[in-house]
Each structure stands twice: as structure tokens, then as C-alpha cells.
Design a protein around this ligand. Structure first.
Ligand SMILES: O=C(O)CCC(=O)C(=O)O
Length: 222
């Protein structure tokens, strides 16, 4: 059961041990199978290319939490593996941003599920959040290379996690991660779920269910 009051106040909750060790291992291997092997490795939208990813995003243990937080009708919309390669390669930080600062959904009531596929620490680039920042609405994002960056002065709160733990957060929550300065790659799985009636503003203002990667994972949609 989610601590709903904390989720509403802080914009996120942690779910320790969401994914079992065997699934963590097979998802991590799948992430590395698609990895290009440079700096920050982000491989997106693999549901058509990986049966393992498709099965997990549509039936994994996170679905019951998505139903709890979004209601009975839940649509999957986005998946990516995020690999922070070890320090010898390149910088791998992800600046402060809201997920709606990239793929904007309207209304922005969607849920991000960020799953650690390695133990994550401040040294290898764990997630950081700015509690309560979901209440700011969508803030301005500037470009930083291929990434976007919101201007944030605060340090925020680090969320160290064990492999298999998950952070569930609102897509307006400001979050970031710092570089991986260890010798081992750090792998995470990022998933986004939403109400089936939201519009994809960044994709030409189309209904989310018209996107080729969208799937109903619970309930129904007209
Ligand atoms: O996995 C990370 O280091 C952060 C990824 C992230 O913030 C995102 O994909 O929105």
C-alpha cells in the first residue's frame, strides 16, 4: 500500500524490493544487450524489439501501484534503460528536469516508475529529487546537449536504492542524477504510465493511445 499522503506532499514514494533478483538480472542483461556503450546510454521504447521488456512493462509488479495511484484505467507510454557508464568513459550526469520537460503529457497526471537494476549510491549516480517541486507546475527547461536542464539552486535529496527498489513519482517532480564515478556501470529502468485519455503535446498533440508504443495495461479505454 502506497503512503498516499507522502506521495501527494513530496511527489514521490519509494517501494523497496519491488522487483525480484532474477528479474533484475534478466532486465539488466537486456539493457546491456541494447547498449551502444558510450557515456550516458539511453535506449528507449523497446517494447516492439524485446519480449522481455514488453512482458515486464505490461505485467510487472509496478502495475498494481500504477493502478493505486492513477486509477483503474492505466496506459503504458514510455520505457527507457538508462546506463551510466563508469567514470573512465564520459560524463553521465542528468541535470535537474521534470519528465514533462521532455515528453509533455496533458494533463500532466502521469506516473514515472524508476527501477534500480544495480545498487545505486551517490557515487554511481543514484536519483536525486526535489520534494514538493511537483507543485511548481511545468518549469522552463533549457537545452544541455541532447538533455534538458531546469534552473534549480537547491541540492535536493539523494535516494540511494538497492537493486530491485523503485521510486514512483509524478512527472512534474524535479529530479536529476550525478555522474557515475565508480568503475562499474549503473543501470536503471525508467517507465511511464498515464491515464489513457491524456494528450501527447510534444508528439503533435495526439491522443496517447494513438502512439505506436502505448498499451493499455489495466482497465479499459474508449
Ligand atoms: O537514470 C538516471 O540517472 C536518471 C534518468 C532520468 O532522470 C530520466 O530518464 O528522466
Amino acid at each position: 500500500m502506497i503512503d498516499r499522503a507522502k506521495f501527494e506532499r513530496d511527489g514521490y514514494v519509494l517501494v523497496p524490493g519491488l522487483v525480484d533478483a532474477a528479474s533484475v538480472a534478466s532486465l539488466r542483461n537486456e539493457a546491456l544487450r541494447f547498449d551502444a556503450g558510450t557515456g550516458l546510454g539511453v535506449t528507449t521504447q523497446l517494447v516492439h524489439r524485446s519480449a522481455l521488456v514488453r512482458e515486464f512493462v505490461t505485467r510487472g509488479p509496478q502495475i498494481r501501484y500504477a493502478i493505486e495511484l492513477l486509477g483503474p484505467d492505466v496506459c503504458f507510454t514510455h520505457q527507457q534503460f538508462v546506463i551510466k557508464h563508469s567514470a573512465e568513459r564520459q560524463r553521465t550526469d542528468v541535470p535537474w528536469h521534470q519528465d514533462n520537460g521532455y515528453g509533455r503529457l496533458e494533463p500532466p497526471t502521469d506516473l514515472t516508475v524508476w527501477i534500480a537494476l544495480d545498487d545505486c549510491t551517490t557515487d554511481n549516480g543514484c536519483l536525486w529529487v526535489l520534494p514538493g517541486s511537483q507543485q511548481l507546475g511545468l518549469v522552463h527547461h533549457g537545452a544541455r546537449g541532447a538533455l534538458r536542464a531546469a534552473a534549480v539552486e537547491e541540492t535536493g535529496v539523494a535516494l540511494p536504492m538497492r537493486a530491485g527498489d523503485a521510486a514512483l513519482f509524478r512527472s512534474l517532480l524535479l529530479h536529476r542524477s550525478l555522474p557515475n564515478v565508480t568503475a562499474r556501470d549503473r543501470v536503471a529502468l525508467y517507465l511511464r504510465y498515464c491515464d489513457p485519455h491524456v494528450m501527447m503535446i510534444t508528439e503533435g498533440n495526439k491522443p496517447v493511445l494513438e502512439d505506436q508504443y502505448s498499451w493499455m495495461v489495466a482497465g479499459e479505454a474508449n
